[in-house]
Design a protein. Sequence first.
Length: 101
Amino acid sequence: MEAHIEPGDVTVIRVAGEVDMDTHVEMEDAILGALRSGAGPLVVDLAEVSFLDSSGIRALLHGREAAIGRGTTLTVRSPQPIVANVLRLTNVAGLLGLSSS
C-alpha cells in the first residue's frame, strides 16, 4: 500500500494497493499527518485501491472524525467497484461522501 499527499486548497491523498490489517496504518498516518499540518478539506482518492477490509474502513472513519474535530471534512473519491461495494455494504459510503446507490 502506498499513500501520496498532494497539498492544495483541497488536500488529496492518493492511496494505492491493498488496504488491510497489515497496511491500514500507513493510510491513517497520511490522513492524520495531513490534518496535523493544517490541511483543509481532505479527499482520499481510492482509484488505485484493489482491496479494502474493515481495518481500512476504520482508518477512513477515524480520519473523518479527526477532520470533523478540526472543523474540516474528509471524503473519498473514485473507488473501484469492489471497494465501493464494501463501503456501501458496511453503510459508510454516505458518511464518506459517496452516493449510496
